[in-house]
Write a protein that binds this ligand. Structure first.
Ligand SMILES: [Zn+2]
Length: 191
């Protein structure tokens, strides 16, 4: 199997096992020169084969069999804006996604990567898979390596797959820690 595709599949399995994605949610892609390799639509992200991964050019045309993730436009938009980005991980990880419904800003708990403020930036809700979401996310990613997509999930980018994956794991752990903190503060009066 192609080494890049095998790493992509490995990251898909990792984020599924870590429960950052479930069911048929989430998508992952890598840049391979003038095209990208991306997970397919309507398939669970774990246990994918090389033949399941779809190669797509920068105009969104599929170069292999299969249908790419419905978020392919968002991925292409980001690769066009960020020449330093070679991998994208999009999850619906439960704690961070929970914050995406209830809080405008999820705090960054430690200096993990290039952030310009102490809160995780967010993108206003747009229908998943829509051109509007692709546009807003790719505009916001210019200044951020991680974003909360409101009422939807997380979006993490990196120079390579490992960086994007690590960031997605970190965001979820940071959200979990803040959730526990909020819960503990809310029950402080219980004797
Ligand atoms: Zn999604």
């Amino acid at each position: 199997m192609n080494d890049d595709i095998s790493k992509l599949i490995e990251v898909c399995n990792n984020i599924y096992e870590k429960r950052l994605v479930s069911g048929k949610s989430g998508n992952v892609s890598i840049r391979l020169g003038d095209y990208i390799a991306i997970t397919p639509t309507l398939k669970p992200i774990n246990g994918l084969d090389e033949k399941d991964i779809v190669l797509v050019d920068m105009d969104g045309n599929s170069l292999t069999k299969g249908t790419p993730s419905s978020e392919v436009g968002m991925h292409i938009g980001i690769y066009k804006k960020r020449k330093d980005v070679n991998a994208i991980v999009h999850t619906h990880s439960p704690y961070a996604t929970g914050f995406s419904f209830n809080y405008d800003k999820l705090k960054i708990l430690e200096d993990y990567c290039k952030f310009y403020n102490t809160n995780l930036s967010s993108v206003q809700f747009e229908k998943p898979g829509s051109k509007e979401l692709a546009l807003k996310a790719s505009e916001s990613i210019v200044e951020n390596d991680a974003l909360i997509l409101k009422k939807h999930g997380t979006l993490c980018v990196g120079e390579n797959l490992k960086e994007a994956e690590s960031l997605a794991i970190f965001i979820e752990e940071a959200a979990k820690t803040q959730f526990v903190s909020i819960m503990l503060n809310s029950v402080k009066d219980i004797k």
